[in-house]
Design a protein around this ligand. Structure first.
Ligand code: ADP
Ligand code: MG
Length: 462
């Protein structure tokens, strides 16, 4: 029976973390069952156990709870006889310590009947100072700053959306920190939609709706993270809607995040969608190379402070920024692992070491997008046949989508210009160059094109 729980928890986790993360960190765990409120796991290495505990411990616990199994904490034990770790190459077993690690969850009230404060703990690292700004996130950052300044409420709610690991939670925490710094007395509540639901269900169960309502309606700033979670959960949505309206009426700031735009969240009532759209909706775009490099540089500096003995050769960060384009969390994980490994085995971080230590991550991040897929998605999107795209026809209705497809082929695959030309009905590489330039140009002046490209990119990279 216990394995069933773990399966459901895994399903839930898969909706929260990326496939990569799941495969790298969750998959290698062996669930042993629950004893005295502790969910026990065997991790293939101590390193993985510690890592999962730090980064996913609380999340795993929450998923157990939302599956109806209350646990106080999760614990990881190391079993050296296990050899099926996908990450074996990164942590040589010589350095493993037979040790168990566990975590007392910071949110004690989870398993208590009466909640003291329903706020989720804020991460100290998630501040504006540590947030690296680039083109893909500058708008979201600017809007967040504005809200944190705490002037008159001009857009309500602020709705931040974007894929996993692009900095939504980071920005929300940064707003919370900054608000608390500027107005120490103000009441800020940050929590995930899942926690909101959990509190709500608890309140119903313990017939304590009044204090639930009072609590949420007395805040100055309410932040609800990952609101897509309440899609399809009707009574929670209802309560959320009422809370939301009550706060808007009092002119209190609300900040919401989700993994997609309000209109695209299936299972969300229309009145809520339109409420969510009524403020400012900003999108965190997938990272580009420059932003990834900037983030890596800033994080590497911090690591260098903790591991002064570790040397990193030139080119490593550039290589990572180029090769790991999934999400920032994966980038951070890669860097953490490199420094930990280098420090453990006393080696410098160079490209050879990176290949060895990050083999699994690099393999998982290999670009899977193919030119065929691009042509297929683009023709679908523009209601064309694939043969139209490949044909010599020059009518605008065909030529523009073809250019979009070439642009995507150039930016999403590692294929060369001549190769791309060949795959697009035997065209010359100069045609591809022209297409790429044209789309780049149009993206900045033509919203429709910019949206099309963005949407297609998202679909292809999903
Ligand atoms: P999301 O909530 O969008 O899934 P997070 O806010 O949890 O993503 O970000 C994932 C990780 O990446 C966090 O550790 C965060 O600090 C880091 N991160 C994301 N974007 C940036 C950025 N622009 N600068 C610095 N760190 C970032
Ligand atoms: Mg988040």
């Amino acid at each position: 029976m216990s394995n069933n729980i773990w399966e459901s928890v895994c399903e839930g986790l898969l909706k929260t973390v990326s496939k990569n993360e799941f495969n790298n960190w969750i998959q290698p765990l062996d669930f042993q069952g629950i004893e005295d409120g502790v969910a026990n796991f065997v991790a293939p290495t101590n390193f993985i156990g510690t890592w999962v505990l730090r980064n996913y411990g609380e999340m795993i616990q929450r998923h157990f709870i939302s599956e109806g199994t209350i646990i106080d904490r999760v614990a990881f034990h190391v079993d050296n006889s296990i050899s099926r770790s996908a990450l074996k190459s990164s942590t040589s077993s010589k350095h493993e310590i037979q040790k168990s690690v566990s975590l007392k969850v910071s949110d004690k009230s989870l398993s208590e009947t009466q909640s003291v404060l329903p706020v989720a703990p804020l991460d100290k690292r998630f501040t504006f100072d540590s947030f690296v700004i680039g083109k893909p996130n500058e708008l979201a950052h600017a809007a967040s700053r504005r809200v944190a300044e705490g002037g008159p409420v001009t857009f309500n709610p602020l709705f931040l959306y974007g894929g996993v690991g692009l900095g939504k939670t980071h920005l929300m925490h940064a707003i919370a920190w900054e608000t608390q710094r500027r107005k120490p007395g103000s009441k800020v509540i940050y929590l995930s939609a899942e926690q909101f639901m959990y509190r709500f269900v608890q309140a119903l169960r313990f017939k304590d709706m009044l204090s639930f309502k009072e609590l949420f309606r007395s805040v100055d700033l309410l932040m609800v993270d990952d609101v897509q979670f309440i899609a399809g959960k009707d009574s929670t949505q209802d309560e959320f809607f009422h809370t939301f309206n009550a706060l808007v009426d009092q002119n209190k700031q609300i900040i919401i995040s989700a993994d997609r735009a309000p209109g695209e969240i299936d299972g969300l009532e229309d009145r809520i969608k339109s409420r969510l759209q009524s403020g400012l909706v900003v999108d965190l775009h997938p990272t580009d190379y420059e932003l990834r490099l900037g983030i890596l540089q800033s994080k590497a500096e911090k690591h260098a402070g903790h591991y002064p003995e570790v040397n990193m050769t030139d080119g490593v960060l550039e290589f990572l920024a180029h090769r790991i384009s999934t999400n920032v969390r994966v980038l951070e994980g890669a860097l953490t692992r490199l420094f930990a490994f280098a420090s453990l085995v006393g080696r410098e971080v160079n490209l050879d070491m990176v290949q060895e230590c990050l083999a699994d991550i690099l393999r998982a991040s290999d670009r899977k997008v193919t030119i065929d897929e691009i042509i297929r998605k683009v023709s679908d999107h523009y209601n064309l046949r694939m043969t139209d795209i490949l044909s010599p026809r020059r009518a605008r209705t065909v030529a523009r989508p073809r250019q979009v497809a070439m642009f995507l082929a150039k930016t999403l695959t590692s294929k060369s210009l001549p190769e791309i030309g060949r795959r697009f009905g035997g065209r010359d590489h100069t045609t591809v160059i022209h297409a790429v330039k044209k789309i780049e140009e149009l993206k900045s002046i033509d919203n429709q094109i910019a949206e099309d490209v963005e949407l297609l990119r998202r679909m292809l990279e999903a």
